[in-house]
Design a protein around this ligand. Structure first.
Ligand SMILES: [Mg+2]
Length: 334
């Protein structure tokens, strides 16, 4: 059986629930984001299934996960999260939950049992009272595993931070090039948030390859005021970078890290160029001195920030990135 067959729309679930109830089977209901399915999930869903005859799992939609967990989540899109949950033998039917709370679905299907996994005290389940009111029961199933999606993500984050920039290879590097993004590497599109509009500027790939060949590490330092102003999200920003990194990667260019300032001008942060926060942080993390660090950009703010941080600065002018790369190579030689 394809797990996808267990995924039902709300209307299909109405019919499914009615049929199972008329067959005399006890319906259990649970919900969650199941972003990175782990042992704790599998154990709790198995235990939940033992408390009932049929188990429904409502999987939070992408929009609801973004709202109640973090704008950076989910990692895995809703269609795939539902499919993975449906693949478990303990699960009989799966549906998408657009709302943050299961109350309306509970009232719609009135399952015999509302089950939550994890550390929720029964009293803290806001929907518990409603379930009891129609005659249902509430159960909390604790996991025997000390794991969670957040812990897995944290672990991945730690590994990533150690991988790039990695200390071993930056020790041998001849310096660091900090690159502005918009107007320097890619065509400047105001408040860019559409990956399809990423257009790498002429000379950029060849220039970056030359810098890389000269054993200079590459990182991006970019102001993204549009995030702070609410014009686009961090996820949009990451999607644009993903496109850029994919295109550069295909040509053999490796950007070690992307530093970004999400604040608006009015927030008066210490990272938004012409402030030096991102640059000093990059030099610290890469372990490279200001004298061996080059800031490449297309604006006065870039030049100011680089100079204030003690770096050498190179402006991309009408001659393009290739010429800027040559300047860096000659500056480095002096
Ligand atoms: Mg720029």
């Amino acid at each position: 059986m394809d797990p996808g067959e267990k995924i039902l729309s709300l209307e299909q679930m109405d019919q499914w629930v009615a049929a199972e109830k008329s067959g005399g089977r006890r319906i259990g209901f649970t919900c969650g984001s199941f972003d990175l399915l782990h042992a704790g999930h599998v154990q709790y869903l198995g235990a939940a299934r033992e408390l009932c005859d049929r188990l429904i799992v409502a999987v939070n939609s992408d929009a609801s996960v973004s709202r109640y967990k973090s704008p950076l989540r989910p990692i895995v899109p809703e269609r795939e999260r539902m499919y993975v949950v449906a693949g478990l033998a303990a699960v009989d039917a799966v549906t998408l939950m657009e709302e943050d709370r299961p109350l309306s679905l509970l009232l719609r299907w009135k399952p015999d049992l509302y089950i939550k996994g994890g550390d929720y005290a029964e009293a803290s389940l806001r929907s518990a009272d409603a379930v009891k009111e129609y005659g249902g029961k509430v159960a909390v199933v604790k996991s025997g595993f000390e794991t969670s999606s957040s812990r897995i993500m944290e672990r991945i984050g730690v590994l990533g931070a150690h991988g790039a920039p990695d200390i071993a290879s930056s020790r041998g590097s001849r310096g660091l090039v900090l690159l502005d993004r918009d107007g320097t590497l890619i065509r400047n599109v105001p408040f860019l948030h559409d990956p399809a509009k990423v257009e790498i500027l002429p000379g950029v790939i060849d220039g970056l390859l030359k810098l890389q060949a000269a054993e200079l590490r590459l990182a991006i330092v970019t102001n993204q005021q549009g995030i702070g102003l609410g014009y686009y999200t961090v996820q949009d920003f990451i999607a644009v970078n993903q496109r850029l990194l994919r295109e550069l990667g295909a040509r053999g260019v490796r950007i070690s890290k992307i530093y970004f300032c999400p604040h608006s001008l009015g927030e008066r942060c210490s990272c938004r160029k012409p402030a030096t926060g991102m640059i000093t942080r990059a030099m610290r993390e890469f372990g490279v001195a200001p004298s061996l660090t080059f800031l490449v950009g297309d604006s006065d703010d870039d030049m100011q920030a680089g100079a204030d941080a003690g770096c050498q600065t190179v402006r991309v002018d009408e001659k393009g990135f290739g010429s800027a790369a040559e300047q860096i190579l000659s500056l480095r030689g002096t």
